[in-house]
Design a protein around this ligand. Structure first.
Ligand code: HEC
Ligand code: HEC
Ligand code: HEC
Ligand code: HEC
Length: 166
């Protein structure tokens, strides 16, 4: 089902002449998960984010498991949750940001509202906690602010963009 804000968005965008594209997607969008394109597909446009992610535990989350554990559904539910349906190992860009099938073309990405309408999500604390919960091995409770800093893959991008705008 479409949220009221999404409907309002569609009407506004229809004025921009994109109505057919959107109607086609919004039908598919609400009911199905968007297909994943894989982290390499984001790398050409987001090289800094990609490099930071590559160096993070999320990229290696599957490799932390033994061969046996990699087939144990109790482990892959957090360490490689998109493997069965999307063939993506580890905790990847789209695990957090949503499948990029429709939002990754450049003209969509440049329009934050449109991108969100077709699958881009804003990962927040709640999403982290789906995996960083009491059953993960950490002895300390999850502190969102600190952990967010530890996965920073946006500051370099934002700095470059700010530089360009000058
Ligand atoms: C063709 C180039 C391109 C590809 C491919 C691409 N992006 Fe983007 N992305 C952009 C551009 C351009 C922006 C807008 C930022 C700007 O204005 O500089 C953006 C913005 C974003 C934002 C911030 C959106 C916002 O409004 O806050 C996220 C998150 C993002 N991209 C994630 C991804 C992910 C994940 C992938 C891979 C599935 C991906 N992008 C693939 C070009 C791309
Ligand atoms: C564990 C979840 C997670 C993973 C994995 C992840 N991201 Fe993000 N990403 C976030 C969060 C959270 C933010 C927003 C941070 C904020 O604004 O405080 C973000 C922000 C961004 C932004 C926004 C930058 C801007 O200018 O606003 C881009 C682009 C982006 N991510 C791309 C990627 C790409 C590309 C990958 C994979 C190579 C990736 N992310 C992997 C959680 C994730
Ligand atoms: C799909 C499950 C999943 C989600 C969602 C997720 N993580 Fe993780 N995260 C993991 C796993 C699994 C590891 C361990 C990776 C490894 O094997 O080293 C990890 C490791 C980390 C680490 C390094 C270890 C540590 O605890 O310091 C940080 C930091 C982190 N995650 C932050 C975040 C933040 C912030 C978010 C939300 C924006 C998030 N994660 C969302 C599964 C997830
Ligand atoms: C509820 C989500 C969740 C499940 C299920 C889960 N893990 Fe994890 N695992 C995490 C998170 C989050 C981290 C990293 C942060 C931490 O230490 O808590 C982690 C870290 C690890 C690490 C340490 C990685 C490193 O590089 O230090 C290993 C090893 C590990 N898990 C193995 C397993 C095994 C084996 C299973 C299945 C029996 C499993 N995990 C199930 C979330 C999970």
């Amino acid at each position: 089902m479409l949220r009221a804000s999404a409907v309002a968005g569609i009407f506004r965008l229809a004025l921009k002449g994109r109505v057919l594209f959107l109607l086609a997607l919004s039908g598919a969008g609400a009911a199905f998960a968007h297909d994943f394109l894989g982290p390499e597909s984001c790398a050409s446009c987001h090289p800094d984010a990609y490099a930071a992610w590559q160096a993070s535990g999320h990229a290696r989350a599957k490799q932390s498991l033994s061969a046996l554990q990699q087939r144990d559904l109790r482990c892959v539910s957090c360490h490689s949750p998109n493997e069965a349906e999307q063939r993506q190992a580890g905790v990847s860009c789209e695990t957090c940001h949503g499948g990029g099938q429709y939002y990754s073309p450049r003209y969509v990405m440049k329009d934050p509202e449109l991108a969100r309408l077709v699958g881009l999500t804003d990962p927040g604390e709640k999403q982290c906690l789906t995996c960083h919960d009491a059953s993960s091995p950490s002895l300390k409770p999850f502190d969102f602010k600190t952990k967010l800093k530890a996965i920073d893959h946006w500051s370099a991008e934002r700095a470059k963009r700010a530089e360009k705008k000058k």
